[in-house]
Design a protein around this ligand. Sequence first.
Ligand code: 3PG
Length: 391
Amino acid sequence: MLSAVKRMTELELSGKRVVIREDLNAPIKDGQITSDKRLRAALRTIQFAVERDARVILLSHLGRPAEGASDRAFSLEPVADRLSQLLTSPVMFVKDWLGGIEVEPGSVALCENVRFETGEKANDEVLARRMAALCEIFVMDAFATAHRSQASTCGIARYAPVACAGPLLIRELDALSKVLENPARPLVAVIGGAKVSSKLSVLSALAGKVDQLIVGGGIANTLLAATGIDVGRSLIEPGRLDYCKSLLAGKFGAASIPLPTDVVVANGLERDTHGTIKLTRDLTNDDMIFDIGPETAAGYCDYIDRAGTILWNGPMGVFEHPEFVHGTRRMAEAIAAGKAFSVAGGGDTLAAVEQFGVGEAISYISTGGGAFLDFIEGKELPAVAVLKERA
Ligand code: 3PG
C-alpha cells in the first residue's frame, strides 16, 4: 500500500519550494503550548528538508476557528516560537501568505492557520490551487489530519506539481498497518472513553478483527447496562443499548468482550470525593461508576500480558482524578511492561501515557485522534488516497 505513494525522502529537494502540511494543532492555554508532542513528531521531517536546503513552508491548522477572519486565540504564532526553540533556528511566522512567500534555501516559514481561509474546510478548488501555487513539491505529513478532505490536505495535493508523503505520515501508516494487517496474536484492543456513539464503528470493526476487546469508561457502562445490570446514575447512552446487545451477541465479529466485574463508584467528581469499590452485581440506583475495579483490572492485565499485539485508545475511567486513576494506570503499566507490539493513539490516551510516564515503553504512539480511529476502522484516509493517485 505504502509503496504506492511518492516519498519526500526520495525526491531532490535542494533549492525547491517545499510546502509541508503538518498537524501542529497543539493545545494552547493563555498563549502557552501545554503539550508540544505534535510539534516534536514533525521535527524529523522538517529537519530532513532543511538539511537538504529546501525552502520549507509549513502549513497547519489550529483548533476550529470560524473561517474568513483571523482570530488571535487560534493563531499559530506561539507554535512558530516553540518550533524555533525545538529546531534551534528561527522559524519565520507569516500572517499573509496565500499570495506567495520568499524563503531562503535551508530556512523555514510557518504560515498562519489555514482554517482562517474561506474554503479550507470545503476543500475549495480555487483556494487549493492558490495553496498549490506556493510550492514545487507538496509533502503531506499530517497523519492526524489525513482523515479530513480539506484544501490544505487534499486539494493542494491534487494541484501541486509534485505530491508526496512525508516521513511522519509513513511511520504512522507503517505502525498502524503492522497492527491491522498481520498482527502477532492474540490481538487485544483496549478501548475506553465516555461515549459508545463516538466509537461505534470502531467497536464494530474491531469486533471482527481482534481476539479480545477490552472496554472501559462510559462504553463499558453502556455495555454493562445492555446485559441488564443496574448501573445507577452512571454515564450511559440509552439510545445505544440495542447496539451494545448486538455487539455482545457477536453480530459484528467473534472477539470476546470481557466486561467489568467490579468498579469504583462515587457520588460525584469533587476533588475530595472518595471512591468505593463495588461488584457490578451489587450496584444500586444511586451509584455512579468512575473507574474499573481492581479485580477487573487484574483480569484485563492477564489478557494484556498474553497479547502479541495491543491497540490502545481511551481511558478506563476519570484518570485525572486521584480516586479514579488506578484502572487506567494499571492498563498503561501492563501495556508498557508486556512484550507485545503496542500502539496507542488519541488525545486522552496520550495524556494518560504522559501522566504515567510510560511513553518510552510503548512501541508506537500515534499523533492521530480521529485519523487514528478512522484508520483502525479500515477507512481509507482521503489525504492518503490523493497521494496514491498522484504517485
Ligand atoms: C485532531 O486534533 O484530531 C486533528 O488535529 C484534527 O482536528 P479536527 O478534528 O479539528 O479536524
